[in-house]
Each structure stands twice: as structure tokens, then as C-alpha cells.
Design a protein around this ligand. Sequence first.
Ligand code: G3P
Length: 214
Amino acid sequence: MKFYIDSAIISEITEIANWGILSGVTTNPTLIAQAGQNFKETIIKICEIAKGPVSAEVTAENYQEMIEQGKEFANWHELVVVKLPCNINGLKACRYLSSQGIPTNLTLCFSVNQALLCARAGAKYVSPFIGRLEDINENGLNLIESIREVFTVHSLKTEIIAASIRTPQHITESARLGANIATIPYKLFANLIKHPLTDSGIDKFMQDWKNRNN
Ligand code: G3P
């Protein structure tokens, strides 16, 4: 499973890119608004830092305008992936943009049927939201598992981006269940590498090294 960061904040993306484990970035209108910078400039800058696919989400609601926005975003940088909603207009725009060779990420996916339709519309990526399903007392990880099963049974190449990730367990389980990618908020990355036994082990090694007699 690859790691993407779910952020539009340049300092956060730069930090995780510097760890050497970053494969891409996802943004959404909320994250772009929080970052407080110009949308186009932000996406181009992120592409330069990430050196991998960067999802930029349309804000239009009808599919003709989604297509226009998608074509515009794709012109900004070769790494841009056009993010579209999992609804009828999103499917139509996905089919058109995919036929033009523009990669798409279908977002706000909450069911296997939605994921299957996205794959058939030519989506390069589909993003099931784990945390938001748990918010309404449904099992988000079961959705990852079911989509993986259906995509494998039917040899569908659309990649699964586990999204709306809230805990380290979501990441471990997404990897076990066969998500291709997890898109992770910045603050969770530190939790993934940190372990108290690693830290105490390093302290002991350093102490013994300083106290050596040879
Ligand atoms: O990748 C989707 C993500 O941005 C949504 O996360 O925590 O707002 O449900 P959240």
C-alpha cells in the first residue's frame, strides 16, 4: 500500500515528502480553504513537491462544468488527477475525462455499487471514506474489504484510496485488506513511525555506547 498525504498545507506536504515515503497527495475544497492560498498556485506547488499524483477536486455541480474544470486542472500540471464526486454527473464527467486520457479520482464513495460504477466509468482511483461511515455507526473497513473483493473478482484495475482515515488502525487494516493507497492526515504520520520500545531501545544503545571501555 502506498502513502498519500491528505493536505493542502505546503509545510506538511514538504515534511512528509522529506521522509522519503510519499507517493502522492489528495486535496478537497475544505482542505484548500483551510490552507488559505490561491487554488491553482497551491496545486502546482504541491505537484512540484510530491512528484506523484495530486488530486484536485472540482467544485462545479453539472457535468459540463465539471469537465471544463477538469480539463483546466489537468493543464496546470501533468501530475494532476481530477477529483469528482460519486454521483451521476461525476460518472459522466469521469467517462469523458478518462476517454481524453485525464486521470480521475472518484470521491465520497460509501458503497460497493458506487465503487463498481466508478470503475466502469473509467476511474483511475476511487476513494471510500472510512471515518465518515464510522461517524454514522457503519463499518468503513468492511467497505474497503468488499470493494477489494469485487474489483479482484472482476479484474477491475481502478485503484482503491482508503480515505477519511482517522486512526493508525485504519491504516494497518486498509493495508491488510488490499487498499492500494491510504491518504492520511499529517498529524497521523508521526503516530505510524513512533514506538516507545524503539525510543527506549535507542536510549539504551546510546548509553551503553557512551559507557563502553573499548
Ligand atoms: O480524503 C478524504 C478526507 O479529506 C475526508 O476526511 O476526516 O474529513 O472525513 P474527513
